[in-house]
Design a protein around this ligand. Structure first.
Ligand code: ZN
Length: 192
């Protein structure tokens, strides 16, 4: 009888563990994962890049699921000229604009992941460090890193887990327009 109960307990624990998956390793509160629906209907040729960036953020965070075309928390647009930028209306909501001309100079995937990072609460950090996603164009056109650093990813996870102070979370949830992350490069073939 005792061994039978043990087997049942083992089976239950195994099932529960499989259901919880990787969250076992994360000390964040057991709140439900938040789904951010992004819409690529106006993303043009960047729709695939948006999907790649969503996968990057899903893998980097423990409580977020960016999901395509289930709603419009985040709309992604393709534009021509003027620079790529993000408009965050609140934490996890807003619009991302990818400049086709800029995407010929800088990595489109790095630009996309960076701009989505703003929607997820991150500010710019123009320190030229390519290992950071939020250093944006300051790391130069040769930097193609599309991945948030562990610190950047942890900050996003904490923002959505609501473990940050009200002050910090408040600023991350503010409505902000993030522009000029990707400086124009000098002309390749100057006239004269
Ligand atoms: Zn930026």
């Amino acid at each position: 009888m005792t061994s039978r109960i043990s087997r049942l307990v083992v089976a239950f624990v195994a099932t529960a563990g499989a259901t919880l998956g990787v969250t076992v390793a994360n000390p964040a509160p057991a709140s439900a994962a938040m789904t951010i629906c992004y819409n690529t209907s106006q993303a043009g040729s960047f729709a695939g890049v948006a999907n790649q960036a969503a996968t990057i953020w899903n893998n980097a965070t423990s409580n977020l699921t960016l999901s395509a075309n289930c709603g419009s928390n985040l709309r992604i647009y393709s534009i021509t000229g003027g620079g790529s930028y993000a408009v965050r209306t609140s934490l996890g909501n807003g619009r991302v604009y990818i400049d086709t001309q800029q995407a010929q100079q800088y990595s489109p995937l790095r630009i996309m992941s960076h701009e989505i990072g703003h929607i997820l609460g991150l500010p710019d950090n123009y320190n030229g460090n390519c290992s950071l996603l939020m250093s944006g164009g300051s790391a130069g056109t040769s930097c193609t890193n599309p991945y948030p650093s562990s610190a950047e990813a942890t900050r996003v996870t904490n923002l959505f887990a609501d473990t940050r102070s009200d002050t910090e979370r408040g600023s991350a949830a503010d409505s902000v327009i993030f522009q000029d992350s990707w400086p124009a490069t000098t002309a390749l073939a100057p006239i004269g």
